[in-house]
Design a protein around this ligand. Structure first.
Ligand code: SAM
Ligand code: SF4
Length: 509
């Protein structure tokens, strides 16, 4: 069998986990300096680049989609696996050539790799002028100024408060229909394999009203789907004063007689969901608040942690048609001993219990996806078989699958030997991938003959005569164009499928 390094089963247009650089749109920019950003890694990084673009626009920069035209180039980096970092190092080599032709060009490293390596990056990569960690983006114009004066500029301070709540992101490479909204930053879990707690700092949640306002603004601009983003959305918790609440948590009274309906972006947390006698907004509350913006605004979220997802969240999903019937619930492994070593804080029976609960409350049709790691430290063949059998139990719709990559500084790197040979990791990964392909195909087959509500995202990549969009379960659906438009909902009768895509025809708009 051919070994496939890190195949991911996902929809062709899926933005998550695609390591393709994402660039900025060109803007009208007579006389302005030009910024070019490439983002690597996860959706959070993509959302962060939109914050950086906003900060830089305020500082007088326009964006460009061509590195050759730029005065400043930022790489927003990922450190989750070694190959993500190698990709960026390779890109820096190319930028070294560019800088040779244009010595005044500034190159900045942002994001997780910048945070992990800090000033070491400046020593190792001479082309780099600026290093900014994920909580230092407000400081970027100052860092650029410093670099312009010939100094190397670094800010890798990690904050306990920064959420960029007040910054309106500039939507980059947007389809105008779907957008990411960051609801929290950092992570307090210490999964032993993971570098994120070290690169993104402590978990903090963003003011719910700034989230609702952003989602409302997106809806007003014509967007029809928001994905609420966080490393662990189920531990979202806001204890601040709730401004603008007519019913609900203490704090609403602060606005006195003012009618909250006069400021439509400020909504009260639904009283049915409020934690009694507290002003705590949970993720279930937040979901409901965003879902109430408009029935035509679809709400998705990612990522859920099995230890934290609650029945409240599942019941809220069940109550609102516009909260998509899809949960990304990474298992990482199907074996309880390995899960313990990974410090995931749940075991196999707990995870299976959560899956059963999802099926009870949301039904068999709820889309479920996972992340799986093959060849974690000391994993035996039998334990690997447990991952496969868990996949057989759940029948995931999608999976993001990785061979374990030891990350310096993590608990696993300190405590356990990375003792599974690369070829074994790869072989196990291929077995996981093969199993997932059969499950994805079987799950997609279930839709044949069904009518699916699809939000049109644009033209199919394969042909201008076809449109594509996602169904509730996040599956890409392709169908003949007819007179339909991006941003509309249509009902599509599914007639055929592959393991990645559903195909069909519109039965009514
Ligand atoms: N917060 C999310 C969660 O807990 O599921 C995951 C965030 S992480 C950016 C995305 C995925 O990368 C993880 O779920 C895990 O499967 C994978 N990952 C993280 N560290 C890894 C490592 N050292 N080697 C291989 N895969 C890793
Ligand atoms: Fe990493 Fe675990 Fe946090 Fe996810 S929950 S970001 S895997 S430490």
């Amino acid at each position: 069998m051919t070994l496939i390094p890190e195949l991911t089963i996902l929809q062709p247009d899926d933005k998550e986990h695609i390591d393709l650089p994402r660039t900025l749109e060109d803007e009208l920019a007579v006389g302005k300096k030009r910024l070019y950003i490439e983002s690597y890694g996860c959706q959070m990084n993509f959302a962060d680049s939109e914050i950086v673009a906003a900060v830089m626009r305020n500082a007088g920069y326009a964006t460009t989609s061509s590195a050759d035209e730029a005065d400043v180039i930022f790489l927003n980096t990922c450190a989750i696996r070694d190959n993500a970092e190698q990709k960026v190092r390779h890109r820096l080599k190319h930028l070294t050539g560019l800088k040779r032709q244009k010595p005044e060009l500034l190159v900045g490293m942002l994001g997780c790799m910048a945070e992990r390596l800090k000033t070491k990056l400046l020593e190792e990569e001479k082309v780099v002028d600026i290093v900014a960690g994920p909580d230092a983006y407000r400081d970027i114009p100052k860092l650029v100024e410093e670099a312009e004066s010939g100094q190397k500029a670094v800010n890798v301070f990690l904050s306990r408060e920064e959420t960029y709540a007040d910054i309106s992101p500039i939507r980059l490479n947007s389809n105008g229909v779907t957008a990411f909204v960051s609801i929290m930053r950092g992570c307090d879990n210490m999964c032993s394999f993971c570098v994120v707690p070290f690169t993104r700092g402590r978990e903090r949640s963003r003011d719910p009203f700034s989230i609702v306002r952003e989602a409302q603004d997106l809806f007003d601009q014509g967007y029809r789907e928001v994905t609420l983003l966080g490393q662990n959305v189920d531990s979202y918790k806001w204890e601040g004063v709730v401004l603008g609440a007519r019913t609900g948590p203490p704090g609403g009274e602060e606005r006195g007689e003012e009618d909250a309906s006069a400021t439509p972006h400020r909504r009260a947390a639904p009283s049915s969901l409020l934690t009694p006698n507290t002003n705590i907004t949970t993720f279930a509350h937040l979901l409901e608040m965003v879902a109430q913006i408009h029935p035509d605004l679809r709400v998705r979220f990612s990522t859920s942690h099995p230890k934290d997802i609650t029945d409240d969240v599942l019941h809220t999903m069940a109550r609102y048609d516009n909260i998509c019937n899809y949960i990304h619930l990474p298992a990482q492994s199907g074996n309880s001993r390995v899960l313990k070593l990974m410090n995931r804080t749940y075991d196999r029976p707990w995870y299976i219990g959560k899956i059963d609960r999802i099926r009870e409350i949301l039904g068999e049709d709820c889309g479920i996806s996972t992340d799986m790691i093959s060849g974690f430290c000391t994993e035996t063949e039998d334990e690997h078989q447990d991952s496969l059998s868990l996949m057989d139990y759940v029948h995931y719709d999608y999976a993001y699958m990785f061979a374990y990559s030891e990350r310096p500084g993590t608990l696993a790197a300190k405590k356990y030997a990375d003792d599974i040979p690369e070829d074994v990791k790869k072989r196990r990964l291929n077995e996981i991938i093969a199993r997932q392909l059969t499950h994805s195909a079987a799950r997609n087959q279930r839709h044949i003959g069904q009518v699916q509500r699809v939000l049109i995202e644009g033209t199919s990549k394969r042909s201008d005569d076809f449109l594509c969009g996602r169904n509730d379960q996040n599956k890409m659906v392709v169908f003949p164009k007819g007179n339909h438009q991006k941003g509309q909902y249509v009902n599509v009768l599914v007639t055929e499928c592959t393991s990645a895509t559903l195909r069909g025809e519109v039965v009514n708009a």
